[in-house]
Design a protein around this ligand. Structure first.
Ligand code: CP
Length: 316
């Protein structure tokens, strides 16, 4: 595919290819081995219309490790503030001939729309409640490295699934790789009709976590709750926050994940998040750089092949 817009469009073999390459980059990152020739001569623009720590930093580091010229658009200081639309902003940047456009936007579908208007590779860095494909891929790589496989695992995704693009992308990816996915949370925070995706639904944490291999916690996405029901944090932690007692229902070697940013004492107890025997939260961040390197490497290969074919006069 010329873009990375969502997990929805990926075939299991494409997911495996990307994870295999990311695994190599992860090892080379640990050894300090650079690959500055991979994106040499290419321009990467990061456009974040919504706050980010992990995704923006790791896309920038990934681009620089592969030798791209990386530009971070300061969206707060851009002409968006003067009323310029997303599409006009994208067309303006497109006229400067970037090769890779990394976009985060609060509206679901905004990144897909933008991808139709530009002639470079677009990577979705999270759009509304829709998708966050590189997050699901880095989660998959973290699971595969911790468990030695990415199939026939039992994985509980817990908390505010309804507002979470991370959950949506993970449900699709883990399902495509033939895992058993459980969603655990209060009915108000679980989307309706999710059984269609082949997931099991639980409203009780102890039942939902029973014998799972992976516990994936989610933040309460208050910014997407549109003034609707927001649970009290104390009550929420009591019923759905991950603590040692609730975690004891999972398998003894179950790993604990969180995409970040996390709210300690709301969806997860701080001691569990920091327990290096259970929590792989820091590995998730580390794999984020490797997965984004692999995604941009593969898209750049595609881009170069297309440009080469065009230069040779072949229809593409
Ligand atoms: N997990 C994630 O997307 O984090 P940021 O919002 O900090 O990028």
């Amino acid at each position: 595919a010329p873009h990375l817009l969502g997990i929805e469009h990926l075939h299991p073999t494409e997911i495996t290819t990307l994870l295999d390459l990311a695994d190599k980059y992860a090892e080379d990152n640990r050894k300090g081995r650079a690959h500055r020739n991979v994106l040499e001569g290419l321009t990467q623009i990061n456009m974040f219309f919504e706050n980010s720590t992990r995704t923006q930093a790791s896309f920038e580091i990934a681009g620089k490790r592969l030798g791209a010229d990386v530009m971070n658009m300061a969206m707060q200081a851009s002409s968006i503030k003067k009323g310029e639309t997303l599409i006009d902003t994208a067309l303006t940047l497109n006229a400067m001939h970037p090769d890779l456009l990394v976009v985060r936007h609060p509206n679901s579908g905004a990144v897909d729309l933008l991808a139709q208007k530009v002639n470079c590779a677009v990577l979705n860095a999270g759009d509304g409640r829709h998708e966050h494909p590189t997050q699901a891929l880095l989660d998959a790589l973290t699971i595969r490295r911790a468990k030695g496989r990415l199939h026939r695992l039992s994985i509980a995704i817990c908390g505010d699934v309804a507002h979470s693009r991370v959950a949506r992308s993970n449900i699709m990816l883990l399902g495509k790789m033939e895992n058993r996915v459980r969603l655990v949370g209060p009915p108000t925070l679980l989307p309706s009709g999710v059984e269609e995706f082949g997931v099991e639904v639980f409203h009780d944490m102890r039942e939902g976590l029973k014998d799972v291999d992976v516990v994936m916690m989610l933040r309460l996405q208050k910014e997407r709750m549109d003034g609707g029901f927001i649970p009290s944090e104390r009550e929420y932690f009591h019923r759905y926050g991950l603590d040692a007692e609730k975690l004891s229902y999972a398998k003894d070697d179950a790993i604990v994940m969180h995409p970040g940013p996390m709210n300690r004492g709301v969806e997860i107890d701080g001691t569990i998040a920091d327990d290096i025997n259970r929590s792989v939260i820091q590995e998730q961040v580390e794999m984020g750089v490797a997965v984004r390197m692999a995604a941009m490497d593969l898209l750049a290969q595609n881009l170069r092949a297309k440009r080469g074919a065009k230069a040779a006069g072949v229809m593409v």
